[in-house]
Design a protein around this ligand. Structure first.
Ligand SMILES: *Cc1c(COP(=O)(O)O)cnc(C)c1O
Length: 373
């Protein structure tokens, strides 16, 4: 089989989604499946929907368009605030977008009016990550403008944690979101249908003992795909952490000294020559490099240590057994390494469904059962 390739176990992604959906349902929280790390791969998006995600979200319009072209009909949100240069494409492919700038909302509204549609708006609030978000004290004013604007509908509010700052979501920030939702509704009635309390980083909070307040949605990527908590890096109980496997090929294996050193043979004269130091190791080259992935985010098999990477090579060292040229090595990846692999054109994407589950999607919002044909 061709190498390098990424093998994806769709059954594991579906089961991870199902497990999180079930656990969060008891807390009144729905799951939006985030597809940006897999470039909106339609099979993976469908596995998330089949696992019970109520909708999908992506940060790039190209990924959203890819899913639509593949026939995905579920609700898709743009979770990065839209570029003014992409307004038409966003209205055409996503029902909802996350916004922080009135100038952008006004353009979305104008485009929606032009195409006789309604575009849904979720307003992102700054609660400490210092990436995107409207300052909490400005939210009421922005919400009032959105509510009055024809062409758009205020559908909810949301916040982002951890992405930039690395800080964990805290109960105070969640309580602030709840009170902001209630403030808006006091003025404009029950318009805040969605209160989205963050990403995979919010799971420890959402599955903890505290009250959920009005938080009723999380946007989950990493937890579904890799089964890990992005803040601690720990695996989440009951989830598969090996839905993705990167398979690479060995193109050289040689016993080499740890390093070549220059030594003078005779201190009296200045003749220098290269000699080996004492430590010999088996070094192998893998045909993959910086251009394909984040080498530091790869997990090597037991007995294999990472020696370094260049644009097209990764060097590994082995102690016990030598790796044969032409043999394959199977690696696990972290989120950044996965994201790079999924967008690398030179890596084949192999979708496996060894443990097929019911080929159906349950739309929990309207209680209809849709069968994929
Ligand atoms: C990427 C992203 C998410 C999903 O983050 P994960 O850590 O993969 O769960 C959620 N919301 C926003 C705004 C994002 O950019």
């Amino acid at each position: 089989m061709t190498a390098p390739r990424i093998e994806v176990d769709l059954g594991k992604i579906q089961r991870n989604t199902r497990s999180l959906v079930e656990r969060l349902k008891t807390r009144g929280i729905t799951v939006t499946g985030v597809t940006k790390a897999v470039c909106g791969h339609p099979d993976i998006a469908n596995a998330m929907l089949a696992g019970g995600a109520t909708g999908l979200a992506d940060a790039r319009i190209t990924n959203v368009e890819r899913m639509r072209k593949a026939g995905i009909f579920g609700h898709i949100s743009m979770i990065r605030t839209p570029m003014l240069s992409q307004i038409e494409r966003i209205c055409a492919s996503s029902e909802t977008s996350y916004n922080t700038e009135m100038e952008v909302v006004a353009e979305l509204a104008a485009e929606a009016l032009r195409t006789s549609s309604i575009h849904n708006i979720i307003l992102m609030v700054e609660v400490g990550d210092m990436r995107e978000g409207i300052m909490p004290e400005d939210l009421a004013d922005v919400a009032s403008q959105v509510v009055k604007m024809p062409g758009v509908a205020l559908r909810g509010i949301g916040a982002n944690f951890t992405c930039l700052s690395g800080g964990s979501p805290n109960p105070e920030a969640m309580a602030l979101l709840t009170s902001l939702a209630s403030d808006i509704e006091r003025s404009y009635g029950p318009v805040v249908e969605v209160v989205s309390g963050g990403s995979s980083a919010s799971l420890p909070w959402a599955l903890g003992l505290g009250a959920m307040g009005r938080i009723n949605n999380l946007r989950l990527g990493e937890a579904i795909l890799l089964g890990v908590d992005p803040v601690s890096g720990a695996s989440i109980g009951g989830l598969h952490t090996d839905a993705f496997t990167l398979v690479v090929e060995v193109i050289e294996t040689k016993i080499k000294p740890q390093k070549l050193v220059l030594q003078s043979i005779n201190p009296a004269c200045s003749d220098l020559r290269l000699v080996h130091d004492d430590h010999w190791k088996t070094r192998s080259l893998l045909a993959i490099g910086h251009q394909d992935t984040e080498a530091a985010g790869l997990k090597f098999p037991l007995g294999v240590t990472f020696g370094g990477a260049t644009s097209d090579h990764i060097v590994v060292e082995t102690r016990s057994s030598a790796l044969r040229v032409g043999s394959e090595m199977r690696l696990q990846l972290n989120y950044n390494a996965l994201m790079r692999v999924m967008s690398a054109p030179g890596i084949a994407k192999i979708m496996n469904n060894d443990s097929p589950l019911a080929n159906e999607i349950v739309d929990s919002q309207c209680h209809t059962r849709l069968v994929l044909v």
